[in-house]
Design a binder for this molecule. Structure first.
Ligand SMILES: Nc1ncnc2c1ncn2[C@@H]1O[C@H](COP(=O)(O)OP(=O)(O)OP(=O)(O)O)[C@@H](O)[C@H]1O
Length: 638
């Protein structure tokens, strides 16, 4: 086939490395500064992760010979009819991201971001420590319930597109959630799968899992990335398609982008050799982003991609935190660009371009609970900041806000096309069942649930004609040659028109941005001044109140003391009253007793005087005959 380049084509299968042999070193894109404009044929300038273009690295050797759009390893490629291509890849279209395969018109419709939820099992340590599980998953009903009832609050249930409980296997997640998306990539869509959740909940496990070292059976714990790679190659092989493939792998750490696949020799120009050069994320003037200097590596086999994945993953920044022994401290984006040749019924050769972005976000974490200090705390702060912007973007999209703050962080600039753009997106939200992480789990579930309402407008990338693509590649090569020539002659730097236009557009955007920031700074300074005077007035008022408060406190103290004195006097008076009452009642009682006795005595006296009178009478009568009595007797008797 004219499409196949003899120089770059893989050797026939007999001379290819055996599946068990180590993969050969992947071929890197060659080129020279400055950055070529984004490739319009592959839709690279259309923004976000899917809109990344690359700048070949200055340290690379220049690429001589004609460019080749197709590097299919097999020489005996048969032409594939468009219709045939469709029939092969329609096998799996049923789950997340599935859609029709004919033409592009019926695809130009809105599609919700697909959100799947994965709850990891309790770890061995957690089981040993008898950590309670506070999350229950119902895979059939696609529901996750957070058992708030453990804390005497109402349970909360969320529904997702698919729910994978703690027992779910890596394969099930790939087959149900990711495989249909990979089919779409091969149909010419830009697709993104990203994992998001609290630190230590299994994002990296889900995305990477056990990495493949060589070609062979996938281990059961292999994650989305190796499975997607295998799936893509399986389909292309089954279709006997002519294709070319390249990959990029970047890391976003503390708002700085670095190339995880960049060759080590780049760092020899840096003062700190351990530091990898950072790449700039540029505006392409069309609402998208371009990453300068990101290496695109041409790959021919799954084995090559596995070793690149392995290589890139080991270069990712990780650290041991209280919540995860090997916590990723950065966001990573692995992209696979696939060009597949199709022959239309009129024998026209077209090229389908699709891109798959596999994103492993750093975990959101509570600095207090993760035990992060100093550098780690700053990292966590940066991570949380970019994730916070991601949250704000999700909220703005869900609420249909006029302004979506994509530009507030590099992460959201990278994910722009995948959130509300023209890509198909699947979010894998990961949670832990641990009761200790209930709060963070609820936050993840809440965001994931809201993300379900984001509507993308998936568009299939335009198929380009082989001749157009070749022309474009020749043009690019010509530009590169001029760059090399200019650099060799030390004649300054040649800037191709398109790059110049791109840079001018970018400068204009930056100028507008600066202007906008100046205006907002001015506004903010005025507001700051207003708040400062308000603050001062408040301070004064506070001081006054504090003085009054002090005086009142003194008065209250005095009153308290007086009150206590009065209380004491009152209780003393009460006591003496009680004593007097007691005495009076005793006196009254004594008086009554005396009166009673007096009465008794009076009675006795009366009785006695009666008796005396009776006696006198009796005596008088007895003495009458003896009268007159001597005077002494009479006196005695009287
Ligand atoms: N579904 C699962 N089954 C078994 N083990 C799991 C599962 N999910 C996660 N793990 C284990 O839990 C630990 C933490 O997982 P991982 O590193 O993937 O979390 P993470 O979300 O990527 O964390 P960070 O954000 O800190 O990088 C690892 O030891 C991993 O093997």
């Amino acid at each position: 086939s004219k499409f196949q380049n003899t120089r770059k084509r893989r050797p026939p299968s007999s001379s290819r490395p055996s599946p068990k042999s180590p993969s050969r070193i992947p071929q890197r894109s060659r080129g020279f500064r400055p950055n070529p404009p984004p490739d319009p044929s592959s839709g690279v300038a259309l923004g976000g992760v899917a809109g990344m273009a690359h700048t070949p690295n200055p340290s690379r050797r220049s690429w001589v010979g004609p460019p080749t759009p197709f590097l299919t390893p097999r020489p005996e490629r048969r032409e594939l009819r468009w219709a045939e291509a469709g029939s092969h890849s329609s096998v799996r279209r049923s789950g997340v991201g599935a859609c029709s395969i004919n033409g592009s018109n019926d695809r130009d419709r809105e599609a919700n971001v697909q959100v799947v939820l994965r709850c990891r099992p309790l770890s061995v340590e957690e089981q040993k420590a008898n950590v309670q599980s506070a999350v229950s998953c119902n895979d059939t009903k696609r529901e996750v319930t957070v058992l708030n009832s453990l804390f005497k609050q109402a349970d909360k249930t969320f529904t997702f597109d698919t729910v994978f409980g703690p027992k779910s296997q890596q394969r099930a997640i790939y087959d149900h959630a990711v495989a249909p998306i990979v089919d779409d990539v091969l149909e010419g869509y830009n697709c993104t799968v990203f994992a998001f959740g609290q630190t230590g909940t299994g994002k990296t496990y889900t995305m990477e899992g056990e990495m493949m070292q060589q070609v062979g059976e996938l281990p059961t714990s292999a994650g989305v990335m190796p499975r997607a790679v295998r799936h893509i190659f399986d389909i292309l092989e089954a279709q006997k398609a002519d294709y070319s493939m390249k990959v990029t792998f970047l890391e976003l750490y503390n708002e700085e982008i670095t190339d995880l696949l960049a060759s080590e020799d780049q760092s020899r120009f840096l003062e700190d050799r351990h530091k990898r050069p950072t790449l700039s994320l540029m505006e392409d003037g069309k609402g998208g982003s371009v990453i300068r200097g990101l290496e695109e590596i041409v790959v021919y086999s799954p084995g090559e991609i596995y070793s690149l994945l392995q290589h890139g993953s080991t270069r990712r920044r990780t650290a041991d935190t209280a919540l995860n022994m090997q916590s990723s401290r950065s966001h990573s984006v692995f992209s696979i660009y696939i060009h597949v040749k199709v022959t239309t019924t009129g024998n026209r050769e077209l090229i389908k371009c699709g891109r798959l972005n596999l994103v492993d976000l750093a975990g959101s974490e509570s600095i207090a609970r993760s035990g992060a200090k100093e550098v780690r705390a700053r990292e966590a702060g940066e991570l949380n900041k970019s994730l916070l912007t991601l949250g704000r973007v999700i909220t703005a999209l869900v609420e249909d806000s006029v302004h979506v703050p994509y530009r507030d962080s590099k992460l959201t600039r990278l994910l722009r096309e995948s959130l509300g753009g023209k890509a198909k997106t699947c979010i894998i939200a990961t949670v832990t069942p641990s009761v200790h992480c209930l709060e963070e789990t609820l936050v993840t579930l809440d965001y994931a649930y809201r993300a379900k309402s984001i509507r993308n407008k998936p568009e299939v990338n335009q198929k380009v004609c082989k001749s157009v693509m070749l022309k474009d590649l020749y043009k690019k090569m010509e530009k590169m040659k001029q760059d090399v020539k200019a650099a060799r002659e030390n004649n300054g730097i040649y800037i191709p028109d398109e790059t110049f236009v791109l840079e001018e557009a970018e400068k204009k955007i930056m100028r507008d941005k600066v202007e906008h920031m100046e205006l907002s700074m001015e506004k903010q300074s005025k507001e700051l001044e207003k708040y400062r005077s308000l603050y001062l007035a408040e301070q004064k008022h506070r001081l006054n109140l504090e003085g009054q408060n002090k005086e009142l406190k003194v008065t209250i103290e005095t009153c308290k003391r007086e009150f206590l004195d009065l209380q004491e006097a009152h209780s003393r008076a009460n006591m003496s009253l009680k004593e007097k009452d007691f005495i009076i009642s005793n006196l009254l009682h004594a008086e009554n007793v005396i009166l009673e006795r007096a009465k008794v005595l009076c009675g006795t006296v009366e009785t006695a005087s009666g008796d005396i009178a009776d006696l006198q009478n009796k005596l008088g009568k007895q003495l009458e005959p003896l009268s007159p009595l001597p005077l002494q007797v009479a006196a005695f008797l009287h």
